[in-house]
Design a protein around this ligand. Structure first.
Ligand SMILES: *[C@@H]1O[C@H](CO)[C@@H](O)[C@H](O)[C@H]1NC(C)=O
Ligand SMILES: *[C@@H]1O[C@H](CO)[C@@H](O)[C@H](O)[C@H]1NC(C)=O
Ligand SMILES: *[C@@H]1O[C@H](CO)[C@@H](O)[C@H](O)[C@H]1NC(C)=O
Ligand SMILES: *[C@@H]1O[C@H](CO)[C@@H](O)[C@H](O)[C@H]1NC(C)=O
Ligand SMILES: *[C@@H]1O[C@H](CO)[C@@H](O)[C@H](O)[C@H]1NC(C)=O
Length: 315
């Protein structure tokens, strides 16, 4: 008896040690842990004491409002995170800073109204990202998916998005499927680049018939994946009153520039001719003046000679 009692603490210590190191003996309350997967339900906030080896974390259908970056960042091996149907309001710069192995992220059916431009910037391995059904999400920065070049499935359906900058998805060369339905797309000229990109890439739009424009009036009901060409025609070749004014101004500038140039050329030609003529006149005058004294000299010399000879005769 005494021997058995003496061995108890050793066994307990050993077991606890294994639990801490192995990580599969501890499981947060309201969660079930099996192998490397943790599934929780009935939570109001992110659970503490999550096994550090967790690879798959299912927090769907809880009432979590906030994902704490530090606790989440301890899960270095996390590849699968399902936060569907919670009350998360914001994705901040550091929310996913430690879980860089993440491949699958579902934050659909939350109440996200803001995603920081660098919220996903550490998720270089992310393949599936589901942001759908966050009706208060009104905009996504062009930097948001900057580092998510492994993305293959991106679900942006049923959000508040009216506009998406083409630069936010242009570099996602692995993208296979993009979901865009149920958003209040405003198909005005600001959307022209994005809608043309949708035509020229090989991305699939599984819900394309239900991804339609809600504005402006003449575009209502048009599928977003088909407005590229009409928008290009309307926005890139169409000229506004402002453009006409600009063209008129340019025309006037060219015309007056030409007139001034012609006038200057005329003035120059006249001036040149005058100078030239003056120079010629002077030359002629000079020639005449140069010739006259010579002739006189010759004349005088000849006469002098003849006078001389005459003098000689007379002398
Ligand atoms: C979450 O909140 C809703 C009401 O907002 C409530 O009906 C539901 O039971 C809550 N779920 C949990 C898991 O607490
Ligand atoms: C969702 O967020 C909006 C503001 O972004 C807020 O007005 C609303 O109360 C939130 N809804 C819930 C259920 O928390
Ligand atoms: C993109 O990922 C690289 C490598 O993980 C990182 O150094 C860089 O800061 C990330 N870019 C942004 C904009 O966060
Ligand atoms: C995204 O989540 C919604 C709702 O949870 C689901 O219906 C949809 O199929 C998901 N999209 C993808 C691409 O898995
Ligand atoms: C589009 O929405 C309608 C209901 O509004 C639904 O019946 C139809 O199946 C949807 N089509 C696609 C391709 O999602």
């Amino acid at each position: 008896m005494s021997l058995a009692a003496g061995r108890w603490p050793w066994w307990l210590l050993f077991s606890c040690g294994m639990g801490l190191v192995g990580g599969d003996e501890l499981c947060p309350t309201k969660c079930t842990c099996r192998l490397l997967e943790v599934v929780c339900s009935g939570l109001m906030e992110y659970p503490h004491d999550m096994p550090l080896t967790t690879r798959q974390l299912v927090l769907k259908e809880n009432n979590i409002t906030y994902l704490p970056a530090i606790s989440l960042g301890l899960l270095n091996d996390l590849v699968y995170l399902d936060c569907r149907s919670n009350q998360i309001m914001e994705i901040m710069d550091y929310t996913f800073i430690g879980v860089h192995k993440l491949i699958y992220l579902d934050i659909s059916f939350n109440n996200i109204s803001q995603i920081s431009p660098y919220g996903f910037s550490m998720l270089n391995n992310l393949v599936i990202l589901n942001i759908s059904n966050n009706p208060h999400l009104k905009q996504i920065s062009k930097y948001t998916f900057g580092n998510n070049t492994a993305l293959r499935h991106l679900d942006l359906s049923n959000t508040g998005l009216e506009f998406l900058d083409v630069h936010s998805i242009q570099h996602l060369f692995n993208l296979k499927a993009l979901y865009l339905k149920g958003n209040p797309w405003n198909c005005d000229c600001t959307l022209v680049d994005f809608s043309i990109h949708l035509i020229v890439t090989n991305i699939e739009y599984p819900d394309k018939l239900n991804a339609t424009c809600k504005e402006p009036a003449e575009m209502i009901g048009w599928p977003l994946t088909m407005v590229g060409n009409p928008l290009r025609y309307k926005c890139l070749t169409h000229l506004d009153r402002q453009d006409y004014a600009f063209l008129l101004l340019i025309g006037f500038c060219i015309f007056s520039g030409g007139t001034v140039a012609a006038w200057l050329t005329g003035v120059c030609a006249v001036l040149y001719e005058n100078i030239h003529r003056k120079a010629e006149d002077e030359e002629i005058d000079e020639e005449i003046e140069n010739e006259r004294p010579n002739r006189n000299r010759v004349f005088r010399y000849k006469h002098a000679k003849s006078f001389d000879s005459m003098n000689h005769h007379f002398v």
